[in-house]
Design a protein around this ligand. Sequence first.
Ligand code: GLU
Length: 404
Amino acid sequence: MCGVFGYVGERADVGTTVLSALKLLEYRGYDSWGVAVGGDQGFHLRREVGKINGATLSLPPSRSGLGHTRWATHGGVTALNAHPHLDCGGQLAVVHNGIVENHGELRQGLIDRGHRFRSETDSEVICHLIEEALGTGKSLPAATASAFQLLAGLNAVVALDSRTGEMAAAKLVSPLVAGLGSSGTVIASDALALRGHADRVVYLEDDELVHFSGDGVVLYDRATMTDKPLHSSPLPAATGQIELGSHRHFMVKEIAEQPDALERLATTSQAAVEELAAAIRHADRTFLVGCGTASYAALSGASLLARIARQPVQLAVGSEFGQQAPFVTDQSLVVALSQSGETVDLIEAMLSARSAGARLAAIVNVERSTLDRMVDLAVHLGVGPEQCVLATKSYTAKVATLLL
Ligand code: GLU
């Protein structure tokens, strides 16, 4: 997982804009970070190992830029491996979330065709593939679409061309949200980072590609590259503070928020909780699925449901859900627990449950996240942003929901 953010618009302080948005995405990746802003002679780039939170940045004024907070999967944690990555000509910058499963063979082919690699990452192949497609005369959106088509795996990609200041983005399962504002357009891994930049949002679908330029925003069907209507909706209303305030750490802040968050949950979630309880009663078999801390909330929930409601439920950790897959039928209910609603192992588990015909439910904090949008019914935790990587209020709210 990692956080990406890109901006095209009228603000000149793009470096600072990107940096402050990335700070909100630190929970998605925190081993290194980087920002690139476009200039006449290519990009101004800053990449660092370590935490982004105290970082400051001074980059020349620009109208477009992009950045990344990394959680390394391929290539060590070094400044050279931090994103954004540039093409051979240094005119194209790319940030990437995910894993390019076939990066080895793509890289070898690109090297054979004369491309020079600077990093050890799987991600860098993407810039060179787009560079190659641009070289055949394709536009940035068309080049990004054809490069994306060659990638195996669940990826989100944002590419920025410094020559034109235009940006293109595409995704498969890994999330991307575009934001439309009065002074520019933005793209991010999480709508949280759009606050202050956008009043309308477009949750990008897997078969779409979005293009930002001085002429505005165009949404394409990625396979045919025909344009489609921009399905924007208002930016979800903010629940909770995103600033640290007087607290020393986000973890302390989020622990302190629990009494209010749980009281709000208990008073507002009744209808959704009853709907979920009815679904559990009607299902032949109920599965509770979570990853990491959410799997412990599921463990608590299984115990509460057995002892109090006399309902047997089966537990599964998201990454191990495949073992349960043979027992999931169209009479099953699969309930996913998640703070972000974007954990890839969990989304993959839910996709497999959906293909078995199961009913899907979520106990999720981030509204309109990928998980929230794919299920038949959801209980929203409504605890506000959880920026600390270690779960606190989202964990207690999940257990409280299952207790209710
Ligand atoms: N696989 C890429 C890398 O290791 C992206 C990782 C991420 O999603 O943060 O750089």
